[in-house]
Design a protein around this ligand. Structure first.
Ligand code: UDP
Length: 250
């Protein structure tokens, strides 16, 4: 049953955001829609919404327990999350530990190159413009964040990378790269927002050496490898095995 939510505020490709009786909160519904290549490719994957909601919740709780401030408050049911209402900055903050994806399509950097320290890339979140890569100078001109906020975002992203990388390592998963979004609350504080799931992270199974079988993230959908939901199930199983069940928000 859907929680007692308010009106639809925003519908994205994989989630819907609804208001709540409590003005400072929102309900987030995780959808089964899978999209890639700026939504040119689209499918419905039964179970994906639940898996991303649960994985994301476990990871937000892990980060919160380590002192990272996030928008997460709890789950309302299988596919619904309760979060603090924030203004999301239109930036995709990408951290890369191993080169793959757009980095290797757009540069001669060889796939599989270890990136130490992790490469931090900023993209402007705008489907119409195809989410262009930003330089620091372009970021400054856009004025989306102050220099101090930019520093805070970099520190936050690197801290999240440290925590997630070592957590995944314990369950034989390699965090290849991931995307974060940052929200600002009414007090002007930065909070980690959006989701952290196999839709927004590349995660490889360290128990497999096969370059296709080891992929447990949305690349299975992008590359038509099949077994998308099964891969996400495997991630949830390992993540839940190493954390507790997500809390319900009352
Ligand atoms: N990513 C995302 N949303 C986007 C673009 C990228 O969640 O709109 C994630 C993606 O899943 C990967 C990381 O950010 O974990 C880096 O993606 P990349 O720039 O390599 O883009 P792609 O190859 O997916 O086009």
């Amino acid at each position: 049953m859907n929680p007692d939510h308010g009106p639809l505020i925003y519908e994205g490709k994989a989630k819907r955001i609804f208001g709540s009786q409590k003005l400072e909160q929102v309900f987030i519904e995780f959808k089964n829609d899978a999209t890639a290549f700026n939504a040119l490719k689209h499918s419905e994957l039964e179970g994906k919404g639940r898996l991303n909601c649960q994985i994301s919740s476990c990871l937000f709780e892990l980060l919160e327990s380590e002192g990272v401030r996030t928008h997460y408050l709890g789950i309302a049911n299988d596919t619904w999350m309760v979060a603090k209402r924030v203004q999301v900055i239109p930036l995709e903050v990408v951290l890369r530990n191993v080169a793959t994806g757009s980095l290797c399509r757009e540069t001669p950097i060889q796939p599989g190159t270890e990136l130490e320290p992790a490469l931090l890339d900023f993209y402007y979140k705008d489907d119409g413009l195809g989410d262009p890569l930003l330089t620091e100078a372009r970021l400054k001109i856009l004025g989306l964040v102050t220099p101090d906020q930019l520093l805070q975002i970099e520190q936050l992203a690197r801290r999240v990378n440290e925590l997630l990388t070592s957590f995944f390592e314990k369950v034989d998963l390699l965090l290849v790269d991931f995307k974060l979004e940052i929200g600002v609350n009414d007090a002007g504080e930065l909070l980690l927002a959006d989701e952290i799931s196999p839709d927004t992270c590349r995660i490889w199974d360290k128990r497999s050496i096969d370059s296709n079988k080891r992929i447990l993230d949305k690349d299975r959908f992008r590359k038509d490898l099949g077994g998308v939901v099964e891969a996400y199930e495997e991630i949830l199983k390992r993540v839940q095995g190493a954390t507790s069940n997500p809390r319900f928000y009352k």
